[in-house]
Write a protein that binds this ligand. Structure first.
Ligand SMILES: [Zn+2]
Length: 254
């Protein structure tokens, strides 16, 4: 992999594990269970390499008890292995953008020793509060520098990668708008789990703040109407259509 482009950052989609949970966890009122991917994105910008989320930790590899019953983590799914398969040294990642700090989003942080973690300030504090069992301190209390932000942030200073708050799932959830040569992508994270969540404006069963969640869906809806391609946080059917580990052409994304 090599960034030689002149038309903005490149994006690569990477699956870093799966989890099986009641479908209502993702969209309320539905029965049964759904196996969903942990979706990670590599953003290759001339001024640096950034990851949007880091998937599950490699501590789940071979785990059969406890969370190992619902988390699947093949060895090649760890973010370090995914990067090496693209010829990217995990030591060379400059930024980790965490949408939030749940264990399916920050689990790979520890494999990226030279990155600065960039997270909404409120999310960082909430992660340490112990109020929510989906946070594992060992995943995000990993020693790298942390840049705490409040509100919108232009990562490379050229408007091509904009982080913006999308609270509701957690207090300090954020998403990213990435302007590429082939269009604008919105890396949603868990403010919008499925395409149907946005089509039907449907929330998951449990949210930290339902009003904020609705507001975040409305932000995404406006961006989609304006032509951006939304990358839904945990949509297995949508994710099937996204080419893995290759430069994304947003014109081909549904
Ligand atoms: Zn998630």
């Amino acid at each position: 992999m090599q960034n030689s482009q002149t038309g903005g950052p490149l994006i690569y989609a990477l699956t870093c594990g799966y989890i099986t949970l009641p479908t209502s966890y993702f969209i309320s009122g539905e029965e049964g269970k759904t196996r969903v991917p942990a979706c990670v994105f590599l953003i290759d910008h001339p001024r640096g390499l950034a990851l949007f989320d880091t998937g599950f930790s490699d501590r789940f590899i071979g785990m059969e008890k406890g969370l190992g019953k619902i988390v699947e983590m093949p060895d090649e799914h760890s973010i370090a292995q995914r990067l090496r398969a693209l010829d990217v040294d995990p030591d060379k990642i400059d930024w980790i953008i965490n949408s939030h700090l749940h264990l399916d989003h920050a689990g790979g942080n520890h494999m990226l020793p030279n990155a600065t973690v960039i997270v909404q300030s409120e999310e960082w504090d909430f992660g340490f509060s112990g109020e929510d069992g989906a946070y594992a301190k060992e995943d995000f209390d990993t020693g790298q520098p942390v840049k705490r932000i409040i509100g919108e942030h232009d990562l490379f200073g050229d408007g091509s990668v904009i982080l913006f708050p999308t609270p509701g799932h957690t207090p300090g959830h954020q998403s990213a708008r990435v302007r590429t040569a082939t269009g604008e992508a919105v890396l949603a994270g868990d403010c919008c789990n499925f395409r149907r969540s946005l089509d039907e404006m449907r929330l998951p069963e449990a949210v930290y703040n339902a009003d904020h969640y609705r507001g975040s869906l409305q932000k995404l809806s406006a961006l989609r109407r304006a032509g951006a391609k939304i990358f839904y946080g945990h949509d297995p059917d949508f994710w099937e259509t996204v080419p893995q580990a290759k430069e994304l052409d947003l014109r081909a994304v549904q």
